[in-house]
Design a protein around this ligand. Structure first.
Ligand code: HEC
Length: 117
């Protein structure tokens, strides 16, 4: 019986391996989206924000110099109000303002995703 369970555990980890490897190669350190809001926020982030906020360093080469926003909410002093304001107002000549593009629920999802990123 004990061996049977151990065998199942090995089987399970073999099946899980490609999944976790895939996730790791896409984002080096980002958290894993799980809830509906986080998953939708992640898709949205990859479409809209990843162009500038990516960990590849290419943006640094072209002089955009942008953080990948991984662990943003773990930084001291970073509040939801600040992040909302930044996304809505953007940064003149550097980051677009999204206040007229996003519906409130889209902004909520992107915040949900940034919290775990
Ligand atoms: C055209 C490039 C560009 C796009 C697209 C863009 N940003 Fe930015 N963003 C910047 C720049 C430049 C900064 C300021 C420099 C930095 O943080 O490296 C910035 C800063 C931020 C900050 C503040 C980070 C901090 O450390 O205080 C947040 C939050 C942010 N962006 C969120 C987003 C989100 C969410 C999206 C997608 C909806 C997005 N950005 C899309 C260029 C962009």
């Amino acid at each position: 019986m004990g061996r049977h369970i151990a065998g199942l555990a090995v089987l399970a980890s073999v099946f899980m391996l490609p999944l976790s490897l895939g996730a790791q190669s896409r984002y080096a350190t980002a958290g894993k989206a799980q809830t509906d809001a986080e998953l939708r926020g992640e898709t949205f982030f990859n479409k809209t924000c990843f162009l500038c906020h990516n960990p590849t360093g290419q943006t640094k080469e072209v002089g955009v110099a942008v953080t990948d926003l991984v662990g943003l909410f773990k930084r001291p002093g970073v509040t939801e109000e600040y992040v909302r304001m930044r996304i809505q107002e953007g940064i003149p000549r550097r980051m677009p303002a999204y206040k007229y593009t996003f519906k409130p629920e889209q902004l909520d999802r992107i915040i949900a995703y940034l919290r775990i990123r």
